[in-house]
Write a protein that binds this ligand. Sequence first.
Ligand code: SAM
Ligand code: SF4
Length: 330
Amino acid sequence: MAPLVDTFGRLHDNLRISVTDRCNIRCFYCMPEDAKNFQPKPEILTFEEVERFVRVAVGLGVNKIRITGGEPLLRKDLPVLIAKINAIEGVRDIAMTTNGVLLSQHAQALYDAGLRRLNVHLDTLDRERFRQITRRDDFDRVIEGIELCRSLGFGPIKINAVAVKDLVEQDIVPLARFGRERGIEIRYIEFMPLDSQGLWDKSKVLLMDDMLAMLREQIGPLEAVPDQDPRAPATEFRFADGIGGVGFIASVSKPFCLNCNRIRLTADGHLRYCLFALEEMNVKTLIRNGASDEEIAELIRANVRAKWLGHEINTQKFVPPPRPMYAIGG
Ligand code: SAM
Ligand code: SF4
């Protein structure tokens, strides 16, 4: 079948699948403290429905899958889904993004299901700030989960750290040191306007250049990694002393839309061509109404054809997406 190329010539081979909109912590920039109105279970795609969708998408050239949420480890029997996806011929790479709270509990089963690549979300090594950000006291569990996964042989493990100004400045350097000591890349993510409470404004974003300056000053020279995959969202740097590196998802200061290769499936079965998309297509109804593989494929193609050039965070025209991050799948 013809590959998924949008009207701007971008090839799409990367699918992010959210498996739940629920979460066991409450990062203030993602979920309100009293979050409710989660999707009822019957609205969430079953493993069979997800697997079917992935098979069709793989037939269109998708080969990289990331499992996310909400908190994916809240989804019962997640390793079963991972094993099913991993077994699909044509899937070259499967990864998961998690807050790490339940990692220790599920690490072995995830490993046995074939998962190796992990992004663990951790913004700070300060227990009190962790509590302030997540409104929960699970710092030790996250660290325990990371260490267990390292010992089991997961890799690469990366840490996702959301960079909010006037909050995490003191965490940038300790996190990089933590990563350097463990062979873990820290990925600093500029705070994006995806919170449900409208807290975002540009002045609250800790920018890549400012973080780079802190790291250079307090740890040492950093150089851009040569020949980076232009379609990867992170801009990567290595420490000149050869010990480790860091990456930046600089969605605000250096949007990477022109190279975007991603589509997203929400837990309730809607297809989105962008994290910030204002429209989405209903896969679930199609599947539940008995659609053929070709009809599902056509919906995927139509979604990619409809894709815009990129978000407009930096312009007056920007309109936040109707769903917050946890309901889209980060
Ligand atoms: N619960 C998992 C987690 O926290 O990693 C997976 C879902 S979460 C929505 C995916 C990622 O989104 C997180 O790792 C976090 O770094 C990022 N994130 C959430 N809200 C964000 C925001 N407003 N701006 C930037 N990144 C955000
Ligand atoms: Fe939960 Fe992840 Fe959102 Fe934090 S960022 S509230 S861990 S879904």
